[in-house]
Design a protein around this ligand. Structure first.
Ligand code: PGA
Length: 253
């Protein structure tokens, strides 16, 4: 954590929730998050629950967003959701390029860069995910993979686009597995990411928030967030339990 950058803890609910469960979860999160500043806590919910998030969070310091978005503005794209639609429901964030989208829905670097550009053009803040698989880490190509994923985005949106984005480093082997990257392992990649952005614009690199994601819990968040280039977290499983999520938010503040 670096005092120059405002920390951010964003929950990624994935395909979980119901109107009833969300209302209970958000009520507790709202109560507990009152102590955190505006812009420091967010939840990324399934599309059908955006209206619910908007109505329950609009008067709170908590922001909300989606877990994916279309790269197209409108048209014959059955099943897709545009950035303008997300804006209609007050979204501030859109997760882009989550490893589950990359692996299960064949989203490639070019598509993710296009989605990032679309989000920025609509005034959303993309949370751009990068990260290596277990096989890639074991074969020593972590830096190369993350560099390639990020370069694809920087090439399209430039430093000014990165300045308006959030980057999330999520090693695929740590997502939902209970295996967290050690603070040193995470910091090493976060520093590489910041250095890569600095090659385009040093000022932007200093300001851009880089979140860590992958089995973050109340018990390991503080150590992770203490690293100089880790500016908060993207939280999956623990974001579904109010007290766990709030403990992580507290660790970032
Ligand atoms: P996890 O998921 O916290 O459950 O590991 C993180 C993510 O996929 O964003």
């Amino acid at each position: 954590m670096n005092a120059q950058r405002t920390p951010l803890v964003a929950g990624n609910w994935k395909m979980h929730g119901s109107l009833e469960a969300n209302a209970a979860l958000l009520a507790e999160v709202v109560k507990g998050a009152a102590v955190f500043g505006r812009g420091q806590v967010a939840v990324c919910v399934p599309f059908p629950y955006l209206a619910q998030a908007q109505s329950l969070l609009a008067a709170t310091p908590i922001s909300w967003g989606s877990q994916n978005v279309s790269q197209h503005t409108h048209g014959a794209y059955t099943g897709e959701v545009s950035c303008a639609m997300l804006k209609d429901f007050g979204c501030r964030y859109a997760i882009v390029g989550h490893s589950e989208r990359r692996a299960l829905y064949s989203e490639d670097d070019a598509l993710i860069a296009a989605k990032t550009a679309a989000a920025l053009a609509a005034g959303l803040t993309p949370i751009v995910c990068v990260g290596e698989s277990l096989a890639e880490r074991e074969s020593g190509v972590t830096a190369e993979v993350v560099r390639r994923q990020l370069a694809a985005v920087i090439d399209v949106v430039g430093a000014s686009g990165v300045a308006k984005s959030v980057i999330a480093y999520e090693p695929v082997w740590a997502i939902g597995t209970g295996k967290t990257a050690s603070p040193a392992q995470a910091q090493e990649v976060h520093a590489l990411i910041r250095a890569q952005v600095a090659q385009t614009d040093a000022g932007v690199a200093q300001g851009v928030r880089i979140l860590y994601g992958g089995s973050v819990k109340g018990s390991n968040a503080r150590e992770l967030f203490a690293q100089s280039d880790i500016d908060g977290g993207l939280i999956g499983g623990a974001a579904l339990v109010a007290q766990d999520f709030l403990a992580i938010c507290a660790a970032a503040n």
